[in-house]
Design a protein around this ligand. Structure first.
Ligand code: TYM
Length: 336
C-alpha cells in the first residue's frame, strides 16, 4: 500500500433542482471513489450565475446541492465539500486560462450552443468562457480524475487542451492530463417524456425528470407516467437501439439496482411496460426515498451545511493556494 492517492475533482451547478441524471451520472459514482482517491466535490456557484439566478434561490440551491451530495453518501470526513465562490483560486486561474484558451476552441463547445440558443449575442460572456472556469476548477488542485456524466466529455477534452497549451507555452510540465471517469449504467439519463433529450433541470416539463426534492409518491407517479412504446421489452440490449424511451428506463433500472442492462432485459423479456414500470417505481422509491428525506432533514439545519461548506473551503484553499503561487511564478507575475 502506498500513501499517495491521486486526486479527484468534480462539481455540480446549483442552478435548479438536483435530478436523477445528476445522481446516476455523477454523484452516485463519487461515493465509491472516496476510498481510492483524494476527493474534492464542489458546488459550482460561479458557474451557476452564467445564467440569471435569484440570489435567495441561489443560496438555497447551493445548500441543497451540498445536502444532496451528503445524503447520497459523499462523506465530509472523507471528501472536501465546498462552494466554489469561497475559494478565490477558481476565478483567478480561470482568468489565466481565458488567456490560454482560443476563441476557436470555445466556439466549438456544444453546451454553449445549446444553452445560448438562437440568441448568442445576448448570452453572458461568462457562459461563453464557462469551460475555462471548469478547467480552472480541476487544475487548481492538479486533479487527475474527473467523474462526470457523458455530457461533460467535451469540456474535459478542452481542459486537456488548456493544460497542454499552458505547459507548452511556458515550457513546463506543470498541469496533468485530466482523465474523465464516465461510468455506470446511466452515463446519460434521458428525459422521461422524450428519450432523445437529456434529463435536465432546465426542462420546462416537471414530468420529464425526477428531482431529488420529489417525495416518494411523486417519484413513483413520474415513473409510471414515463413515456414508452407499445412493444413488450426485448431480451437483449441490442434490440433497444431504436427504442430511446425503453432503453432509458432499462438503463435507469440497471443503474439504480447496480446491475447490467442486459441482465434487466433477460429478466423482463416479453413483459409489458406496466409491470416493468411498477417494479421500477418501487425500486426508485426504495433507493431515492431515503436520500430525498435525508436531504430535506439537512435543509432544516442550514448551520450544519454552512459549517461543512466553510470547513471544506478552508481545506480547498489550503490546497489550491500553493498551486496558484506556482502558476504566478511560471506566468511571470511579481509576488510580494
Ligand atoms: P451539471 O451541474 O450540469 O451536472 C452535474 C453532473 O451531473 C451530470 N449530469 C448527468 N449525467 C447523466 N445524465 C444526465 N441527464 C445528466 N445531467 C447532468 C453531469 O455530467 C455532471 O457530471 N459543468 C458541470 C459542472 C462543473 C464541473 C466542474 C464538473 C463545473 N466545474 C469541474 C466536473 C469538474 C455541469 O454543468 O454539471
Amino acid at each position: 500500500m502506498t500513501d499517495f492517492k491521486q486526486r479527484v475533482f468534480s462539481g455540480v451547478q446549483p442552478s435548479g433542482n438536483l435530478t436523477l441524471g445528476n445522481y446516476l451520472g455523477a454523484i452516485k459514482n463519487w461515493v465509491g471513489l472516496q476510498d481510492k482517491y483524494e476527493t474534492i466535490f464542489c458546488v459550482v456557484d460561479l458557474h451557476a450565475i452564467t445564467t440569471w439566478q435569484e440570489p435567495d434561490v441561489l443560496r438555497n440551491a447551493t445548500r441543497e446541492v451540498a445536502a444532496g451530495m451528503i445524503a447520497s453518501g459523499v462523506d465530509p470526513k472523507k471528501s472536501i465539500i465546498f462552494n466554489q465562490s469561497q475559494v478565490p483560486a477558481h476565478a483567478e486561474l480561470a482568468w489565466i486560462f481565458n488567456c490560454v484558451a482560443r476563441m476557436g476552441w470555445l466556439n466549438r463547445m456544444t453546451q454553449f450552443k445549446e444553452k445560448a440558443g438562437k440568441h448568442k449575442e445576448r448570452a453572458s460572456v461568462g457562459l461563453y468562457v464557462y469551460p475555462d472556469l471548469m478547467a480552472a476548477d480541476i487544475l487548481a488542485y492538479l486533479a487527475t480524475h474527473v467523474p462526470v456524466g457523458a455530457d461533460q466529455k467535451q469540456h474535459l477534452e478542452l481542459t486537456r487542451d488548456i493544460a497542454q497549451k499552458f505547459n507548452s507555452d511556458y515550457g513546463v510540465d506543470f498541469f496533468p492530463e485530466v482523465e474523465p471517469l464516465i461510468f455506470g449504467a446511466a452515463t446519460r439519463v434521458m428525459s422521461l417524456r422524450d428519450g432523445t433529450a437529456k434529463m435536465s433541470k432546465s426542462d420546462p416539463s416537471e414530468n420529464s425528470r425526477i428531482n431529488l426534492t420529489d417525495d416518494r409518491d411523486l417519484i413513483a407517479k413520474k415513473i409510471r407516467k414515463a413515456r414508452t412504446d407499445s412493444e413488450p421489452l426485448p431480451g437483449s440490449v441490442e434490440a433497444l437501439e431504436n427504442r430511446a424511451e425503453a432503453k432509458n428506463l432499462v438503463n435507469i433500472f440497471a443503474a439504480l439496482s447496480n446491475r447490467d442492462a442486459s441482465d434487466i432485459c433477460i429478466e423482463y423479456e416479453g413483459k409489458g411496460f406496466a409491470d416493468f414500470k411498477n417494479d421500477l417505481a418501487d425500486l426508485s422509491v426504495s433507493v431515492l426515498g431515503p436520500i430525498t428525506e435525508e436531504m430535506s432533514r439537512m435543509m432544516d439545519d442550514t448551520a450544519y451545511l454552512d459549517g461543512i461548506l466553510r470547513e471544506g473551503a478552508v481545506n480547498a484553499n489550503r490546497m489550491a493556494s500553493p498551486i496558484l503561487d506556482q502558476v504566478h511564478e511560471i506566468v511571470g507575475f511579481l509576488r510580494p
